[in-house]
Design a protein around this ligand. Structure first.
Ligand code: PLP
Length: 395
């Protein structure tokens, strides 16, 4: 019986250029982003500039994590305690966590068979709740029709914040993910597309929002040292009204990230080659079903999702166990018990009301998920898909 031996959580090393830049920062002793000598730009500023060029947006702020970024994005968007925030029922726990942290109340939206937020349910929910905020999580890299999102946001005057933790480097219809929302948030946590252990990035076009984000992130009034800061007058109007929620990114993490950002598009191509290899392998079983992914969606295949529609809950559990025995680690977002990084929405008991979202539960009950780290080779992808097909076909 074939066994898979590689680790699903093994990342590639930090590029040599990043290690060297990190060593330079450490030698300098000046790790804090505001500890700059005369005329020095600093790694955090450079990273922000480079990501702003990458996205084609004027303002970028580096911060402590994507969850933190979502929190201050909601604050900068003007959320008040008790305001409703529409968001995906299928997302990662830091998303409802950030809404809760900002004083907002998540209104969870159903999931479609194609693993996307259900825009019909979204429209019904905005009509019913009169919500003004929409935190759209591109969960597991699946991108919903963004023209439809834009027109819904216009129609109902919804403030759109994008959670791009899984779509850094992805596009919808030729536009980069993260350029649709008024604010977009990215993660540089180890399991995302660039890796600094922990870290986040925010992007916006709006100078007033950018000024607020800088102040919230804990600028100690040193905002003028930001290369991408808006004019001082923008700060003058608000500087006494924004609390310091201390969550900056340091120079060390920024130094590690810059060479990775420069290589992002190449890495995306590598991920997608591996994704295609796994997907082709899994298609050998007619029991394994993939979602429809329209041609407008240029996703990043850093993980793969598929469904086993004819399998019972008990059979899904068996698939997980048998794959694990053979070294293949699958995750199941349908599990009633939150495990590892997965949690179903009804495990967030701190929410005031937990709706019964039957469609979401039905889709999640059959949905399996697997990471594809870049340390895997083509032959690894062939082997692991062969194992999954073998388990599924012979259960
Ligand atoms: C990882 C993740 C986050 C949070 O990112 P952190 O940097 O770990 O805070 C938010 N949303 C989604 C969909 C994620 O996968």
């Amino acid at each position: 019986m074939k066994i898979f031996e590689k680790s699903f959580t093994q990342q590639e090393p930090i590029p040599e250029a990043g290690i060297q830049a990190a060593c330079e920062v450490m030698r300098s002793g000046r790790l804090h982003r505001y500890n700059l000598v005369e005329g020095e730009c600093g790694e955090a500023n450079l990273l922000e500039k480079e990501f702003s060029n990458y996205l084609g947006l004027p303002y970028v702020l580096a911060c402590a994590s994507c969850g933190y970024a979502l929190h201050i994005a909601l604050k900068a968007a003007g959320i008040q305690s008790g305001d409703i925030v529409l968001t995906n029922a299928f997302t990662l726990a830091p998303v409802p966590g950030a809404i809760h942290n900002s004083g907002g109340v998540p209104e969870l939206i159903e999931l479609t068979e194609d693993y996307l937020i259900d825009l019909e349910h979204l429209e019904q929910s905005v009509q019913r709740t009169k919500a003004r905020f929409f935190l759209l999580s591109h969960m597991r890299g699946h991108i919903v029709n963004m023209e439809q999102v834009e027109s819904l946001c216009q129609k109902y005057n919804l403030y759109l914040i994008e959670d791009c933790a899984h779509t850094m480097g992805a596009q919808w219809n030729g536009r980069k993910s993260g350029t649709f929302g008024q604010i977009s948030c990215f993660s540089t946590q180890t399991y995302k597309h660039i890796n600094s252990g922990e870290g986040g990035l925010l992007a916006t076009k709006d100078p007033e929002v950018m000024a607020k984000l800088i102040l919230y992130s804990g600028s100690y009034m040193l905002f003028e040292t930001h290369t991408l800061a808006p004019d001082p007058e923008v700060f003058a109007a608000i500087r006494y009204n924004i609390p310091n929620y201390s969550g900056r990114m340091d120079q060390l993490r920024a130094a590690i990230l810059r060479p990775q950002l420069a290589a992002l598009d190449e890495q995306v191509a590598r991920w997608n080659a591996l994704y295609c290899c796994v997907a082709e392998g899994l298609q050998k079983s007619s029991k394994i079903i993939f979602p429809n992914r329209p041609p407008e969606e240029k996703f990043v295949g850093s993980s793969i999702q598929f469904s086993l529609p004819d399998f019972s809950e008990q059979q899904i559990r068996q698939v997980l166990v048998r794959c694990k025995e053979r070294g293949v680690v699958l995750k199941w977002f349908g599990d009633s018990v939150p495990r590892g990084f997965t949690s179903r929405y009804d495990s967030w008991h701190y929410l005031d009301s937990l709706p019964e979202l039957l469609r979401t539960k039905k889709v999640l009950a059959k949905l399996l998920d697997m990471r594809i780290p870049l340390t895997f080779l083509r032959e690894d992808c062939l082997l692991l898909s062969e194992i999954i097909v073998d388990v599924v076909e012979n259960l």
